[in-house]
Design a protein around this ligand. Sequence first.
Ligand code: DC
Length: 220
Amino acid sequence: MDNRRLIIAVDGPAGAGKSTIAKRVAKILNIEYIDTGAMYRALTLKVIRAKVDINNIKEILKAMETTTIEFINNHIYLDGIKVDKEIRENVISTNVSYIAKIKEVRSMMIRLQRKIAESTNLIMDGRDIGTVVLPHANYKFFITASVEERARRRYIELTEGGNESITYEQVLEEIKTRDRIDSTREIAPLKKSPDAHLIDTTNKTIEESVKEVIDIIERG
Ligand code: DC
């Protein structure tokens, strides 16, 4: 790789394999990985812990004013405390889309994300990275998979993690709801940037998808 900055944007729906692929690509290229979904999840955790009504935008914004979200050594910190595990709980997954559609929340996150991207080579994943946050990224990928396959993966992840009370059908419904909210919201909806490479992971192994991404980057 030459001396110019390397900025890679990855977008796509929940469960498509974005973060798994992005993490591996980051390791191979020796660059940083930034999971922007984790940032929205961290704020959602704060709101839920504070028992703020998820529809009370005024209170959510008040909670946000006193919130710090940071990445330190690939861990996410909410107000100085590591919350990697807590942000993955299902209560966060089912509520995060409501937080992520608030205009002021998005502005704050975008500011933070651009600041992170100013100083380091990175691969950043989310929903609006190639379209809004880093439109000048060197490479853009839109990673997707069928909704059934994404639900299947998420179901395995949740049940392996000990959340035994959930069914596949519930997970499928939750993913469909999240897809709908994320792709129809007014501000920065999930959509493929026209210049993004489309990677469909439905029938691919992680290794195959990672190779596809690396091959595209190496081709320049
Ligand atoms: O990638 P994830 O499932 O951890 O993302 C959690 C939620 O955050 C997702 O439902 C949509 C929202 N999100 C967003 O709106 N914009 C981003 N750049 C990243 C995530």
